[in-house]
Design a protein around this ligand. Structure first.
Ligand code: FAD
Length: 143
């Protein structure tokens, strides 16, 4: 099996329903292709980890890379793996409202992500890098 993690920048701020559309499609395709992982959308940026059959991941990444909903898509770690970090598709999503970023929701979101990162056992370098990126990202002050 194979895993990769990338980061990217949303072309425009995604509305909740657009994010739901994206997730619905992703879940449907990933279930069909036995791909698992985690997608974080935060302050206009995406970080995603994908794991599964190498050819399937490469085919998916080729589609993701040219998706007009984001840009600057950059892989920052990849690995051959024998065990999945996310046995099921997992996702944390924070629907940031452009006009009011609620401090309570923000703190809750950070707490949940840190909890999740502690629960998920990072079994390879790529998932370690993924969580390192997330922790660095959420350590930044809100916009
Ligand atoms: P179809 O559903 O038939 O889509 C046809 C085309 O329409 C595709 O080129 C698609 O990119 C485009 N499209 C659809 N909706 C929109 C929209 N609202 N705005 C602009 N273009 C649109 N897909 C997965 O299968 N698994 C994932 O884990 C996954 N993660 C993603 C993470 C991010 C950050 C982004 C931006 C996209 C992700 N996608 C994921 C979507 C992926 O880029 C493709 O859109 C999707 O895989 C295409 O599915 P399909 O081949 O069934 O084509």
């Amino acid at each position: 099996m194979y895993t990769l993690t990338y980061e990217s920048v949303a072309t425009e701020t995604l509305k909740s329903f657009e994010m739901e559309e994206l997730l619905e499609k992703a879940r449907e395709n990933n279930m069909r292709d036995d791909i698992t992982g985690c997608l974080i959308y935060y302050k206009g940026g995406f970080v995603q980890l994908l794991e599964g059959d190498k050819e399937k991941i490469e085919a998916l990444y080729a589609k993701i890379e040219i998706d007009p909903r984001h840009k600057n898509v950059t892989i920052f770690s990849e690995d051959e793996i024998s065990k999945r970090t996310f046995p099921n598709w997992g996702m944390a999503y924070y629907p940031i409202n452009e006009n009011n970023t609620n401090q309570y929701e923000y703190e809750q979101f950070k707490r949940n992500l840190i909890l999740l990162s502690d629960l998920v056992e990072p079994t390879n370098i790529t998932s370690k890098q993924f969580w390192k990126k997330i922790k660095t990202m959420i350590a930044e002050p809100p916009m």
